[in-house]
Write a protein that binds this ligand. Structure first.
Ligand SMILES: [Zn+2]
Length: 273
């Protein structure tokens, strides 16, 4: 039996003798089935034509992404702290070089994922590194490979390590989560925002969507909710979900001005421009 992986979103399903009929993640409006139709791969087939690449952004923050790009194309982050390392978000591809590299850094204490589009092969990562997976309970229905290593958390925040916390922002998904590392960015604080708050192409703003491929916006109320969830959190650097989507400094003010601009835009501020 193989654990089939959807080639459009990277989600891995519980092992089965034949591939699933459809990908429930891609059939929903926040993702999409490509015009060519649904196709599947396995981790072994994926590893035959892909490898992972790495980028250190600052001491203690290393990005891991796949070459050539696979599925949604996000990169994960390894956040290295004196109390242990956290894998933030996940990617489908897991190869021996990645295992060697992460074990060289001291392994993983925990895996935490912002939302279901990045659950991918989380169970494989958990087994290799012996680390639990922390997911928000509000998105439980989107877990396509249930496993004892998955620990659902409820409420608004979850402390993973003394200086690393998960914060529920909602929006893109009800359980949409960001990671805060208080000691990152030289002590000014790091926010790993994934696409719960997306770093825009000009790297000067954040924006917010229910569906990125299908361009469905969030309401003003939802985006104000994201701002509220992060109100008391201090951070300077923001890491989005792609290798090159980073706001190196001024992140706290940028969140504030971005929420203001978004709420104004959906409220009609540009109706006559
Ligand atoms: Zn899919």
């Amino acid at each position: 039996m193989d654990a089939f992986i959807c080639t459009a979103c990277g989600t891995q399903y519980t092992p089965s003798s034949v591939a699933p009929l459809e990908c429930l993640i891609c059939e929903e409006e926040r993702q999409y089935v490509p015009p060519r139709g649904q196709t599947w791969t396995t981790l072994a087939a994926l590893a035959a034509g892909h490898f992972n690449s790495y980028r250190q952004y600052e001491p203690g923050v290393i990005g891991i992404g796949t070459q050539p790009a696979f599925a949604i194309g996000q990169r994960a982050l390894v956040v290295c702290t004196p109390n242990g390392n956290v894998l933030w978000d996940c990617i489908a591809m897991l190869d021996p070089a990645t295992v060697t590299l992460i074990n060289g850094l001291g392994g993983l204490k925990a895996i935490a994922i912002s939302h279901p589009h990045f659950y991918t092969t989380m169970v494989e990562w958990s087994r290799v590194f012996g680390a639990p997976i922390h997911l928000h309970a509000a998105d439980q229905r989107w877990i396509m490979r249930p496993d004892p290593s998955i620990q659902l958390w409820n409420g608004e925040t979850q402390q993973l390590l003394p200086d690393v916390a998960l914060i529920r922002c909602g929006g893109h998904f009800p359980g949409g989560t960001v990671l805060h590392w208080a000691k990152g960015a030289g002590g000014r604080g790091v926010l790993c925002s994934s696409d719960i708050a997306t770093v825009t192409t000009d790297r000067k703003f954040l924006s917010f969507m229910r569906s990125y491929p299908n361009l469905i916006p969030l309401s003003a109320e939802q985006v104000i909710g994201i701002a509220r969830a992060l109100e008391s959190v201090q951070f300077d650097t923001i890491y989005g979900h792609y290798f090159d989507r980073v706001i190196p400094t001024g992140g706290k003010q940028i969140l504030e001005s971005s929420v203001k601009r978004y709420v104004a835009a959906v409220g009609g501020a540009y109706n006559n421009e």
